[in-house]
Design a protein around this ligand. Structure first.
Ligand code: FAD
Ligand code: SIN
Length: 529
């Protein structure tokens, strides 16, 4: 079954929805999303969006904070562009109905690690949910937009798929859409478009413990990699320092805004430890805080450290963090009195599909925006609350870039999905076992602190698993679990390869074999073609 549209958007988080709303002014839009529309990392964002609005704040300060947090690997031109365009994009969100928390007549500005000023605009501690709500209210009533829920894309359509094509004769690659499995209907549809937007978010579920919802399996990076796009900086996986200990999967996040509000980190004996590691203490950037907690836990043998808000005004605590307060209460923890047990968890992928400042990838007709992309903004470590900001700035830029692309022709010889020779397999235990094995080994060997020995060991295991997955994939009808496993194993491999490649420690990548920063040789992105 073929579905033709002007603009194909894969993903319905902040990146996909903001872009869809803009390009719907120029043509028809199909949004393909693998669960129900709101299910995305965006929907769980707590802290907010970093933007310069406060009177004492300046663009230069936000630029500086971003560069420092990113280990100076951030592309300065990108940082300047994103920071300076930020306020206009936030005003657009407000114009479409996002209700940010006010402090009197002004926007309330929170603070998070690595920020020298209060500049986090938020909707209490449910910022992402409020943004999704407002965007979806516009999207669902738009006559040019059609949403395909419970459709998971399998692969991008490029020259490789053309009937009668010799792919070696093409010196550049074009993307004309994607194949997607209709999960409920159990058949594969062909989505054709002259412009495809990858807005598939992150890859937290490559790891055992993550703050990300189940959708975050790195599908966009894996699809783009298989199609031949340039990928970069996959070694920079951000571990959030504070997820609620033993809160299940995904782990519940205790926002960094809680530390910005005055919470302190304590060890089991009740001693504050962050100042030992960084003079900024609890408000050091998250790579430093996560690594410090990891060191404390390894040294003490304890299972968690603690966040303490008991010295803060309880009324204000509940007012600022109603969601965190309620969720912790369910675990028997009253955050106004009790210490919150916390551990780090995989949170954000700083690397991804390489794009220019308009979200264009190295494949013609393929754009990438949001967490799936590597724009150059985050460098070696994303500054807190710069992700939602990047998504709105880049979806705006991409929409401007593609508005004339709708007339680009899609070839007529694109075949439908071919499942001949495949069978319905009963061996689903292979899928779940392999996925768990990848998550465990990535957690144990490719986590906060790495070494060559562990990385090589992880690479050997992943190669074996990838062989098994390839074999299973060629013999078996596609399913959601198999599609995700194929992508998780691909992304795990890309992370390990990039981590082995970078022979220094910078930002989120720390290896005991090269513990120092090496500006002479490594002030550059890690590119995988
Ligand atoms: P997502 O919002 O993750 O959306 C991805 C979409 O793609 C989903 O709809 C998904 O279903 C779909 N999808 C994926 N693969 C496929 C496929 N194969 N086929 C079809 N659809 C697919 N950042 C901040 O700046 N501030 C914060 O306060 C903040 N808090 C956070 C709190 C939590 C708990 C988490 C997990 C992240 C937080 N982040 C925060 C990070 C930020 O939320 C994300 O980076 C951002 O929302 C990513 O937006 P996105 O649109 O790129 O991806
Ligand atoms: C948080 O609220 O701590 C998450 C912020 C972010 O990931 O930017």
């Amino acid at each position: 079954m073929k579905i033709q549209t002007d603009f194909l958007v894969i993903g319905s988080g902040i990146a996909g929805l903001s872009y869809a709303l803009k390009v719907a002014e120029f043509g028809t839009v199909a949004i393909v999303t693998k669960k129900e529309t709101a299910e995305s990392n965006t929907n769980y964002a707590q802290g907010g969006i970093a933007t310069v609005f406060g009177s004492g704040d300046k663009f230069e300060f936000h630029i500086d904070d971003t560069m420092k947090a990113g280990g100076f690997l951030c592309h300065r031109n990108v940082v300047e562009m994103v920071v300076k365009e930020g306020p206009d994009r936030i005003k657009e969100l407000i114009a479409i109905g996002v209700q940010f928390t006010q402090n009197g007549k002004e926007l309330d500005l929170g603070r998070e690690g690595g920020h020298s000023h209060h500049r986090i605009i938020h909707a209490a501690d449910l910022t992402g949910k409020e943004i999704e709500r407002a965007l979806l209210a516009r999207i669902t009533s738009h006559p040019n937009i059609k949403i395909y829920e419970n459709h998971i894309t399998i692969d991008l359509i490029t020259e490789h798929h053309l009937i009668g094509s010799d792919k070696r004769s093409h010196d550049s690659i074009h993307c004309w859409g994607a194949y997607a499995l209709d999960i409920n209907g159990n058949h594969v549809k062909t989505f054709l478009a002259s412009t495809t937007m990858l807005a598939t978010g992150g890859a937290g579920h490559v790891y055992l413990h993550t703050t990300n919802p189940m959708i975050a399996t790195g599908d966009g990076v894996a699809m783009a990699y298989r199609a031949g796009a340039k990928i970069a900086n996959m070694e920079f996986i951000q571990f959030h320092p504070t997820t609620l200990y033993n809160s299940g999967s995904p782990s519940f996040l205790i926002s960094e805004a809680v530390r910005g509000f005055g919470a302190i980190l304590l060890d089991k004996k009740g001693e504050q430890f962050m100042k030992k590691y960084d003079e900024r203490g609890e408000l050091a950037p998250r790579d430093i805080v996560a690594r410090s907690i990891d060191t404390e836990l390894k040294r003490s043998g304890d299972e968690c450290v603690y966040l303490d808000l008991s010295h803060l005004d309880p009324v204000k605590t509940k007012e600022h963090f109603p969601n965190i307060y309620q969720r912790c209460l369910k675990h028997g923890i009253d955050i106004t009195k009790d210490r919150i047990p916390v551990v780090p968890g995989a949170h954000y992928s700083c690397g991804g599909v390489v794009t220019d400042t308009h979200g264009a990838t190295t494949i013609s007709g393929l754009y990438a925006v949001g967490e799936v992309a590597m724009t150059g903004l985050h460098g070696a470590n994303r500054l807190a609350s710069n992700s939602l900001l990047e998504a709105v700035v880049y979806s705006h830029n991409a929409a401007n870039a593609v508005k004339h692309r709708k007339s680009n022709a899609v070839p007529s010889n694109i075949p439908d999905w071919d499942e001949s020779g495949t069978i319905n397999s009963e061996e689903w235990v292979l899928v779940s076992h392999n996925r768990k094995e990848i998550q465990q080994l990535m957690w144990d060997y490719v986590g906060i602190v790495r070494s060559n020995h562990r990385l090589v060991r992880a690479q050997r295991r992943i190669a074996l698993i990838q062989d098994e997955v390839r074999d299973f994939y060629t013999r078996t009808k596609v399913s959601e679990g198999l599609i995700e496993l194929r992508n998780v194993s691909c992304v795990a491999d890309l992370i390990i390869r990039s981590a082995l490649e970078r022979k220094e420690s910078r930002g989120l990548h720390f290896t005991t074999d090269y513990p120092d920063i090496d500006d002479n040789n490594w002030l550059k992105d890690t590119i995988i073609n």
